[in-house]
Design a protein around this ligand. Structure first.
Ligand code: ADP
Ligand code: MG
Length: 723
């Protein structure tokens, strides 16, 4: 029996795992393994507690003494919880997280050991950083990188280890991770948005950014996966003919969750809740074996960490249930891919900012300002925003007829469109109608329907307004959320900052706000689009509107180095040119390495798995014809016709595969000789990638022809349906 049948048999026999459900309610075990506010209060001296809260809430600096005191309290908690190790937990530019565990032990000076955890261990570590991507920021002779504690993201426990969320920076201070620039972008946004919010309410002191991500993923039985080297090594199938039935019946979306999957979800949720991730929603997605999980939204920096943590939890817990969790954006051709919608909103310390306009005219005006300035940032940096979500893996999903197109635009919904049109088309004095002492009254009916009118959705829009937030839908399922949020938050910070300057110049009063707002409503028209994003016409129109329509990832990445991008990042204090260049080198390198690996895997599979099977099948057909000829002599021609036809077809596809692999290998060799990360990435995109499609087409045809018994790799119909 070949590996395919063995694995299929093993997969079919699996039963849902019985999981241990805690006796308590979720509200009771939520955050059990987190050093959260409650534990801070319990384990820290009062002054330390207060200083730490200040550091978290107002980004106030923490002294060494306070850090030492925090560490002492944390140590007590950790030891109570049976912890033996600690690690800094960071997000290098590899799309995953990194950790290096140290035992909490020291010599006691008497030949024994004591448990030790100091402020220094909490605050700073120096991992040997030379093997992380740095894009040339750290030359190897000064391979130093530092991790530094981020008090805004609470410490948690996994197994026996205390995990400390940190930023990761080079010896020279440049960011080597996602968290450091994200925190800077959030600070820039806070500063600019607070200034603008204060135009309406002097009491506002802070603006925070909220993020609610929706994580899509596939589950595949682990045994079947093990028989698919492409899935194991690249996270996606490089071949496989569509199953006769896939998603055409729309019967998976929101369907009943298979029992084995539900057991996995339950286990995952319990673990996530214990780690303080407020997971809330779970459901089947559109494609077979595709699912989604979403938490209640949280402050952006924390939500990003939670998403990283959740992705690693998903992989681990899936394994326990005999599944492989696929976070790749496009694991299977012909069915939907996976995204990670990022629900983004702003909030002051006195209330929400993007909520459908409030009761008073000030609230309505303020609402319009924040919407329009968000659009301003998105319009000006639409190419950069696309660059922030583009990757070798997301490239397969974007622009296909299921995900947002590879053009950034924004859908606002009818009511909001009307509100903005009204403000921009009417004279200031018509828009503003003074109403006694109550303040201003916008001459437009209130639009609370906005919230109810959530059905007014446009699935094709990459950046849609949905009542109280924007939903950035172009983000890929495997991405670090921060990549998109660094770009988005900085772009909006810049727009708000400029808005504030212009309003001040124009007098700083309500008339000035309206004047500038009206200009910006006009200016942001090109980014507003509510039509069908999949249509051919949109491509043309978008180009005419000046929106970025590039689809090649290596070229889209260029947008980070546009003058407008560099100026924005530098001016907002988020990243400098040196960092941007280094990070781009990493992006290009990651890109071509991924295509390179896929190309090698496809080459190996073609030569070692597919072609031998095709040749054997062909020989068998030929032997059959020979027997017929021996039996029937010249009368056999008609009887052999079908076999003959098959022998020829198999031969043609096999030839095309062999030739394709040879040419692809040559193309790879040529690309490998090209100097420069960018140029090499372009060569991989233009010269190597097309062969993956071309070769696959012939393999998929062979799959249809060759006898089922002989086919070596689990087919889509086996991979995609969990019982
Ligand atoms: P959808 O209908 O878009 O699939 P889901 O319920 O799956 O909605 O996910 C919506 C996500 O948006 C959740 O994570 C939710 O917490 C988040 N969300 C809701 N309101 C806000 C807000 N004001 N700001 C940010 N995120 C929000
Ligand atoms: Mg959802």
């Amino acid at each position: 029996m070949n590996l395919r049948f063995q694995s299929y048999e093993a997969a079919s026999k699996k039963k849902p795992l019985n999981i241990t459900v805690p006796a308590e309610r979720p509200s009771e075990y939520f955050g059990r393994y987190v050093f959260n506010q409650e534990k801070m209060f319990r384990y820290l001296p009062k002054d330390t507690y207060r200083a730490l809260r200040r550091a978290i809430e107002q980004a106030a600096p923490l002294s060494r003494e306070v850090a030492d005191s925090v560490a002492q309290g944390m140590k007590r908690w950790a030891l109570d919880m049976g912890v033996t190790h600690c690690t800094h937990w960071f997000q290098p530019l590899t799309e995953g997280t990194a950790e290096k565990h140290d035992a909490l032990i020291e010599h006691d000076g008497k030949g024994g050991l004591i448990e030790e955890f100091t402020g220094k261990m909490l605050v700073q570590q120096e991992p040997d950083a030379s093997s992380f991507p740095s894009g040339g920021i750290r030359s190897t002779f000064e391979a130093r990188g530092y991790t530094a504690w981020d008090p805004a993201s609470p410490v948690f426990i996994i197994g026996d280890t205390l995990m400390i969320p940190t930023v990761f920076i080079a010896y020279t201070g440049e960011a080597l991770d996602y968290k450091a620039p994200l925190k800077k972008a959030l600070a820039a946004l806070d500063k600019a948005a607070t200034k603008v919010a204060q135009l309406f309410d002097k009491e506002v002191t802070h603006v925070t950014c909220n993020l609610g991500w929706e994580q899509e993923y596939f589950l595949v039985d682990e045994d079947l996966c093990a028989a698919r080297p492409d899935l194991m090594l690249t996270g996606r199938t490089l071949m496989g003919h569509s199953a006769a039935k896939n998603q055409q019946m729309d019967d998976h979306y929101f369907g009943a969750i298979p029992e084995r999957v539900q057991a996995f979800m339950q286990d995952l949720e319990i673990n996530a809740l214990q780690l303080g991730i407020p997971v809330k929603t779970r459901h089947n997605e559109v494609a077979p074996n595709q699912f989604e999980l979403a938490p209640i939204y949280e402050e952006c920096n924390l939500a990003v960490d939670h998403n990283m943590l959740l992705m690693s939890l998903m992989r681990r817990i899936a394994h326990k249930h005999g599944f492989q969790c696929l976070l790749h954006e496009k694991p299977f051709a012909g069915v939907n891919g996976s995204g990670k919608h990022e629900n983004w909103s702003l909030q002051t310390d006195r209330g929400t900012l993007l909520h459908a306009p409030g009761r008073t005219a000030e609230e309505q005006l303020r609402f319009a300002v924040f919407i329009v300035e968000t659009l301003k940032g998105v319009l000006r940096h639409n190419g950069l925003l696309k660059a922030s979500i583009m990757s070798a893996t997301n490239e397969h999903r974007l622009g296909a007829n299921e995900a947002p197109p590879a053009i950034i635009s924004s859908f606002l919904g009818k009511q909001l469109e009307e509100l903005l049109d009204h403000i921009s088309e009417n004279d200031t004095k018509d828009v503003l109608r003074m109403k006694g002492k109550q303040g201003l009254q916008l001459d437009i009916p209130q639009i609370p329907e906005l919230l109810i009118d959530n059905t007014d959705r446009n699935r094709t829009s990459p950046f849609a307004f949905v009542g109280n937030r924007f939903e950035f839908r172009a983000v890929g399922s495997s991405a670090n959320c921060a990549s998109a949020l660094i770009a988005l938050n900085t772009a909006v910070a810049e727009a708000l900052d400029e808005f504030h300057t212009r309003v001040e110049k124009a007098g700083g009063d309500t008339a000035a706000i309206l004047h500038v707002l009206k200009e910006d409503i006009q200016a942001t028209r090109p980014i507003r689009f509510g039509g069908n994003g999949y249509g051919e016409e949109w491509q043309q129109e978008a180009r005419a509107r000046g929106l970025d329509c590039e689809t090649s990832t290596p070229l889209v990445i260029d947008r980070y180095l546009d003058e407008t991008s560099v100026r924005m990042f530098e001016h907002m204090g988020v990243m400098n040119l040196h960092e941007l260049r280094a990070r781009n080198d990493i992006k290009w390198e990651t890109y071509y390495k991924k295509v390179q690996i896929e190309s090698r895997v496809l080459g190996d599979l073609s030569l070692n798995h597919i072609l031998p099977v095709a040749m054997r099948y062909q020989a068998e057909l030929a032997r059959g014809m020979e027997s017929l000829r021996n039996l029937f002599g010249t009368d056999s021609e008609k009887l052999c016709a079908r076999n003959m036809n098959l022998v020829i077809q198999v031969g043609q596809h096999a030839d095309a595969i062999a030739e394709g692999v040879e040419q692809m290998t040559e193309a790879r060799k040529r690309a490998n000789h090209i100097e420069g990360e960018r140029e090499r990435a372009i060569a991989y995109h233009d010269e190597v990638l097309p062969y993956l499609e071309k070769i696959r087409r012939h393999i998929d045809k062979l799959e249809l022809i060759v006898e089922d018994e002989a086919w070596p790799l689990p087919k889509y119909r086996e991979l995609l349906f969990i019982r």
